[in-house]
Design a protein around this ligand. Sequence first.
Ligand SMILES: C[S@@+](CC[C@H](N)C(=O)[O-])C[C@H]1O[C@@H](n2cnc3c(N)ncnc32)[C@H](O)[C@@H]1O
Length: 294
Amino acid sequence: MKLIKTVFSAILSGLIALYSCFFHILRPLRALIPESVRVKLRGQHTSMDANLYRIPAMALEQFAYRLRGKTYVEWYANFKEREADADRRSDAPVLNQGALERIYATGHEDLEILKALGLLPDHYLHEVGCGRGRTTQHLVAYLEPGHYSTNDLAIDSLNEAKTRLEQLGLMTRNPELLHTLDNSFSWLKRKMDFIWCYGVFTHMPLEDVAEILANARPHLKPGGAFLASFTAHVSGQSFRLSHKDWYFSVEEMVRISEEAGYEVEDISHLEPEIKKPRFEGDAVAKLLKLTNPS
Ligand SMILES: C[S@@+](CC[C@H](N)C(=O)[O-])C[C@H]1O[C@@H](n2cnc3c(N)ncnc32)[C@H](O)[C@@H]1O
């Protein structure tokens, strides 16, 4: 059985490589396709490249991963490693110094939201997916030493967050930075007052969101809250935007949160500004407060 799975996944990988070559050879011919046909192929919300190449190729790659018994998290961690490697080799990395500075100039608004929800310096807070440490820098500075922890599947992002904290002299406040490759939360050793999860659910399928919500709740104190941001669409529908981006409907998010045992409150009005839409003005930033009742 293992041999069959390995052979099948090797064949799939070969097919993806072939499809990739074929797609890139045909790419220059796209200019010849009339706009009306392009809109039909790409739909309202995404690009033709995404629909015809990236989503199917990456979906096949993810399927090959699953065949080998691996999870979406493991695929995404590997994808991010490849991205970071490509970035290191590139003369023009995706984020130059100016872009990084713009990222680090934000994040304080997240702390303000948490303070408005009752966060105090002696509370314990865990951040799911800290990324480069945009919000981390403010949370670590505000909370008492040892009261902040985070996990991220991307080792490069965690290292960047650590560098940022070192630059600000905040590593002395003992933040716990965990590199995790699963959504189990078994790596979280204490009960939290708050779990902050911002800009993370947008990058995973709904099953993974449900898994995180269910596994996180036992790590919240009674009355503790999980703050979950996600991207909704003005149409109110859920759909996959790319190989690693999803829009979820509010109803669906409320349903899976209630199934995981939370009391749900839509606190999107606390967001300082509606996030800039990615495509055709259709993205809406949403924030839910999910309280652990017991
Ligand atoms: C768009 S970034 C947001 C970073 C940060 N929360 C912020 O607001 O700036 C999403 C981060 O979540 C991480 N991530 C995505 N899925 C994850 C998962 N299942 N477990 C841990 N980290 C995850 C990614 O590696 C990435 O660093």
